[in-house]
Design a protein around this ligand. Structure first.
Ligand SMILES: Nc1ncnc2c1ncn2[C@@H]1O[C@H](COP(=O)(O)OP(=O)(O)OP(=O)(O)O)[C@@H](O)[C@H]1O
Length: 330
């Protein structure tokens, strides 16, 4: 028997690790664009899932944004059926009329569709093909925009997608490995024109910034960036636990938060407590910036009798004697 090509073997091992322990007899859904990363993921999943007692499923989303996108979705679905996926859906979504830029709107529509299909089939998880290179790009972009530890933690290997686990089995796999795996398996990946469009910051990082870093600092850079994100994620988890306990302990009997309790916290923990509390009051997480949290923090650590702090979502916070209290806006 011919030896299994190393990239194919590495991707199967990564998928097996991600799927181990999931409850059997239910579908696991690969989100597949037809690009090299998610195609290599799909090829590994259709091999590994049945061996773990799981039903391999695949969903491809047609955003309707490019000519030929429906044909691409059909091709991916036809391929998936031909290689043994038991459950295959090509879903057309409506991107127009959503807020944010076109990329964000497409992503929102895609995740809605993936969640809907996963729920309808009672899937144990949805898998995406994000690679170690995607992670390195994410970390660099976060660093460049000053996103702080939450951004530097990059993409988690597992997160909740409206009640369905979203898994990223390929975060330890390079883009080169997914391309090589596709070549070895005779698969012809679709090339997303967005990935090379220089009007996107991520494309510029991919085409110019990471290659320049690798040239200057050596090939270990990509792995090092990905490792940094894992270490920061572990620190974040510990700090989040401390903050959860501190938020519970810091509630003032008259409502809001106790200033002496907040003042006694380490700044990294206090920032997280204030962030969590602001979300609890109704501030949308995506709109809460470093400046908002700094303004709340100043009510505790730099109190000069300043007025209320306005947060996104129509949330206003005042300092009243020894507590921070929300003000109801009419
Ligand atoms: N049209 C699609 N249909 C199904 N899955 C998709 C589609 N596009 C992307 N995906 C899934 O999302 C993964 C990431 O794709 P890509 O990097 O293009 O998206 P992104 O928007 O940058 O990522 P994210 O959605 O996490 O923000 C792919 O590997 C694949 O699993």
């Amino acid at each position: 028997m011919a030896a299994l090509a190393p990239p194919v073997a590495a991707i199967r091992v990564a998928v097996r690790r991600a799927l181990a322990g999931l409850p059997g007899c239910r579908p696991v859904l690969v989100a597949c664009s037809g690009g090299a990363d998610s195609l290599a993921l799909a090829a590994a999943t259709v091999f590994v899932a049945p061996r773990l007692g799981l039903v391999p499923g695949l969903v491809t989303v047609d955003h309707g944004l490019q000519t030929g996108s429906a044909e691409r979705a059909d091709e991916v679905a036809t391929w998936a059926r031909s290689v043994g996926f038991a459950l295959v859906e090509a879903v057309r979504v409506e991107v127009a009329g959503r807020s944010g830029g076109p990329e964000a709107a497409a992503r929102e529509a895609r995740y809605e569709a993936l969640t809907e299909v996963a729920r309808r089939h009672d899937a144990v998880a949805v898998l995406t093909g994000h690679t170690r290179d995607d992670q390195a790009e994410t970390v660099l972009l976060a660093l460049a925009r000053g996103a702080g530890p939450r951004g530097l933690a990059g993409m988690p290997a597992r997160r909740d997608l409206s009640g369905v686990p979203l898994l990223r089995p390929l975060l330890s796999i390079s883009r080169e490995q997914t391309r090589d795996a596709c070549a070895v398996l005779g698969l012809r990946p679709w090339q997303d024109p967005h990935n090379t469009d220089p009007s996107y910051a991520r494309s510029r990082v991919r085409a110019d910034v990471l290659p320049a870093l690798v040239r200057a600092l050596g090939p270990g850079v990509v792995d090092n960036l990905a490792r940094t994100s894992r270490m920061v994620a572990a620190d974040n988890a510990a700090l989040d636990d401390l903050a959860e306990a501190a938020l519970a302990a810091g509630r003032h009997p008259e409502g809001g938060l106790s200033v002496p309790e907040l003042a006694g916290l380490a700044p990294a923990v206090r920032g997280r407590v204030l962030h969590a509390w602001a979300r609890e009051l109704g501030a949308p997480p995506g709109a809460l910036s470093h400046r908002h949290i700094a303004a709340l923090d100043a009510l505790v650590t730099d109190w000069r009798g300043q007025g209320p702090t306005d947060l996104p979502g129509g949330v206003r916070v005042l300092r009243r004697a020894d507590r921070l209290a929300p003000v109801t806006l009419d």
